[in-house]
Design a protein around this ligand. Structure first.
Ligand code: PCA
Length: 326
């Protein structure tokens, strides 16, 4: 009997050693994210969580709740702010209604490639950090989507071809853009895209090759027009109180894993662009180079929107654009 107990005790000891997640001082963090598991952002976050767990010897375990399963996308920021969850991811420009600076990366044709997007993030980051601090939030890392392109059923030669089309939007800026070309925008979250097209709620969209390929866009549209209109970002934020409550060495491990995640994420994003356009093409979609006329018309709309944005964004916006331009 004694030997049996000894044996059980020994195996429990081994189990504890092998799975640090069950020790008493493990901190468990739930992390809501908006996009499905195979999205490169989610893959990058899974790696971040793994890095944190490993670097802390299992003291901090982050469980990811993807695709809006724990909190719906529009609720994630406030859930972290209110401390319902300590950490979360969201689409940064989704909160541009709070301050226009959050929406800088979704301004049409302001920053359209990775170099410009990085410059814009550098200009945006100190302001975003200060604004989020007022909400008890701290950015950990931010990663861009590939440049945004146009998905339609028919070829689009000029902006007028979009007139009257039911258009999927993902933030207020895209809604304005769609309005400006005479389309009819409707907000649809990524996990709901296939259904929205299947039921005819929407007929066209602007998004990345990633989201198009992951949504199997070829099932409902035939043309991808590579307008490379902007390079919007996701951001991962942490509740400042939850972060401050971590032991120093765990805080350091989180910050180091976050820096690595930002660098890796930008690289993953760059690699996604060509890879996912190839998948669209392999599945029968026409990859179209936009006509000069279409680009000129869309850029003109973008220029008008930037003027409005400058007014909304005030001094912060002026500082941002000034840093971005230099
Ligand atoms: N995918 C997300 C945001 C931008 C992107 O490329 C979406 O379509 O909602």
């Amino acid at each position: 009997m004694k030997r049996v107990f000894g044996c059980i005790a020994a195996s429990i000891a081994i189990m504890l050693a092998a799975s640090p997640a069950v020790t008493a001082d493990t901190i468990n963090w739930d992390m809501p994210t908006p996009y499905p598991d195979k999205t490169f952002h989610t893959v990058n976050i899974a790696q971040f969580a793994e890095d944190v767990e490993e670097a802390t010897g299992g003291r901090l375990k982050i469980t990811i709740h993807s695709a809006g399963s724990l909190f719906k996308h529009p609720e994630i920021k406030n859930a972290v702010r209110g401390g319902q969850v300590p950490i979360g991811e969201f689409f940064l420009s989704l909160i541009s209604n709070e301050n226009a600076v959050f929406g800088a990366d979704s301004q049409p044709f302001l920053a359209t490639n990775y170099e410009e997007a990085m410059k814009l993030w550098k200009a945006q980051k100190p302001i975003v950090t200060a604004l989020l601090e007022q909400q008890n939030l701290m950015p950990l890392f931010s990663v861009p989507w590939p440049p945004q392109g146009l998905y339609t059923k028919k070829p689009i030669a000029y902006a007028g071809d979009l007139s009257g089309i039911k258009f999927r939007a993902y933030n207020a800026t895209l809604e304005k853009f769609a309005d400006a070309v005479g389309a009819a925008p409707t907000q649809v979250e990524v996990p709901d895209i296939p259904q929205a097209f299947a039921t005819g709620r929407v007929e066209a969209m602007i998004t990345s090759p990633s989201t198009g390929a992951n949504s199997k866009a070829w099932d409902f549209v035939d043309y991808f027009t590579d307008i490379q209109a902007w390079v919007p970002k996701n951001i991962v934020v942490v509740n400042r109180k939850a972060f401050a409550a971590l032991p120093d060495e765990v805080q350091e491990a989180v910050l180091a894993a976050a820096a690595a995640a930002e660098e890796r994420g930008w690289q993953m994003s760059r690699e996604e662009t060509a890879a996912k356009i190839a998948i669209l093409e392999d599945n029968g979609m026409v990859i179209a180079t936009p006509s000069d006329q279409l680009m000129a018309e869309l850029k003109e709309i973008g220029a008008g929107m930037l003027e409005e944005w400058k007014e909304d964004a005030g001094e912060h916006g002026a500082t941002l654009l000034n840093t971005f331009a230099n």
